[in-house]
Design a protein around this ligand. Structure first.
Ligand SMILES: [Zn+2]
Length: 80
């Protein structure tokens, strides 16, 4: 049995700032709901960074939207 996880993987770009030199840079990370990874990143010299390694702890946050169902079939328990 082989498991293939390729395809359908979502990636998202997050903005971080290097803890050493403060240079802001965007990194692309895989997005898995409920997974809060720690990832090793090297400060990107292309952004003017210092090329030092640091660990990023990612915490995805979620917002839940709740919508009421409002219509003629709801809330009518009595006859007029
Ligand atoms: Zn840096």
């Amino acid at each position: 049995m082989r498991h293939c996880h390729q395809g359908g993987e979502m990636k998202t770009t997050i903005k971080i700032a290097c803890p050493y030199c403060g240079v802001k840079q965007g990194i692309s990370v895989p997005f898995y709901p409920g997974w809060n990874p720690k990832t090793l990143h090297t400060c990107d010299v292309d952004f003017g960074g210092c090329n030092r390694d640091f660990v990023i702890g990612i915490q995805w946050s979620y917002e839940t939207e709740i919508h009421k169902l409002i219509g003629p079939n709801y809330g009518m328990s009595k006859d007029g």
